[in-house]
Design a protein around this ligand. Structure first.
Ligand code: ZN
Length: 306
């Protein structure tokens, strides 16, 4: 797709701000790592007590929390693997390894959704029993509190560093607290004498797992099919066109793993010397990187104006 030709100017960000964004990214990764460790622990406690007491609501919630943790884990594995340098056999590096790992995670999430759904329906029809209800309620409460704490933490860091991803992640954790509350209400229902309440809660929480599965899978497909977030191309066009000597620009962008690759064709005066065109290219690269912080590689091709 070719970007719209834009003539308005946008001031590129100063280098200090670019450096701050790198630091902010570190903060975001730390927030995700700390949250994942906390949720992993909560999920494992829930899983152990679900197996002990036969609660499908708690089991579904445990699987949901562990599925969320596994998606965070893939982000970190992807980060490590993608650092491997390009070679003759892998000239573009190893970045897509993350998407391949993501396929495994998506599969694991859908399998856990199917398992949770099957066990819940099975329990609903055979009127299965639930034991250790008190422990179950306590484990679900850990899920509620854990997810609430994580949601607030991500929201605080996300707002401070202005990360839309982290704020969205905080909203996800808030929904997760609701999911754990569902499992808890099911168990309270069992304690009150409604034995079917746990199976019903299991079905409800299965819905939440499907939601995670849908989010992970659609994001993965967007990446694999080379889609980019709306606004990336238009923003890069504005930034490139604002550089002196560029009359207009065509921009294409694609994700390669965690790298957003931006290709800029900039139209310059045909009389421009090669070294001047290269200097313009360096300015365009800086401007595009500043305007689109997730852009890691900017490729510049000067073209003569017709
Ligand atoms: Zn979740």
């Amino acid at each position: 797709m070719h970007g719209v030709d834009e003539c308005q100017s946008g001031e590129p960000l100063p280098p200090a701000q670019v450096a701050r964004e790198v630091l902010d990214r570190g903060d975001a990764h730390r927030a995700i790592a700390v949250s994942a460790i906390g949720l992993g622990a909560a999920g494992l406690i829930e899983l152990a007590i679900a197996v002990l007491g036969g609660s499908v609501g708690l089991l579904s919630d445990a699987l949901h929390n562990l599925a969320d943790v596994s998606t965070s884990l893939v982000v970190f594995i992807g980060l490590r693997v993608s650092r491997r340098p390009p070679s003759d056999s892998h000239p573009f590096g190893w970045e897509r390894a993350e998407d391949i790992a993501g396929l495994g995670v998506a599969l694991a999430i859908w399998v856990s959704a199917a398992l949770a759904g099957y066990l819940s329906i099975h329990k609903l029809f055979i009127h299965g029993s639930t034991t250790h209800v008190g422990f179950g309620i306590a484990a679900a409460a850990i899920g509620v509190i854990g997810n609430q704490v994580v949601a607030r933490y991500k929201l605080r860091v996300g707002r401070r560093i202005q990360s839309a991803t982290l704020v969205a992640d905080a909203q996800h954790s808030w929904l997760d607290a609701l999911s754990s509350a569902g499992a808890m209400i099911g168990l309270i229902g069992v304690a009150a004498g409604w034995s079917w309440a746990d199976a019903l809660a299991g079905l409800l929480v299965t819905g939440f797992i499907c939601h995670v599965g849908y989010e992970v899978t659609s994001e993965l497909i967007r990446h694999l099919i080379d889609a980019v977030e709306p606004g990336v191309v238009a923003t890069a066009v504005v930034a490139a066109t604002a550089v002196e000597g560029v009359s207009h620009a065509h921009v294409r962008a694609r994700w390669m793993g965690r790298t957003l690759l931006v290709e800029v064709e900039g139209f310059v005066d045909p009389a421009t010397r090669l070294d001047a065109a290269q200097a313009t290219g360096r300015a365009v690269e800086a401007a595009v990187r500043a305007a689109v912080p997730e852009a890691r590689v900017v490729r510049w091709t000067p073209k003569p104006i017709d």
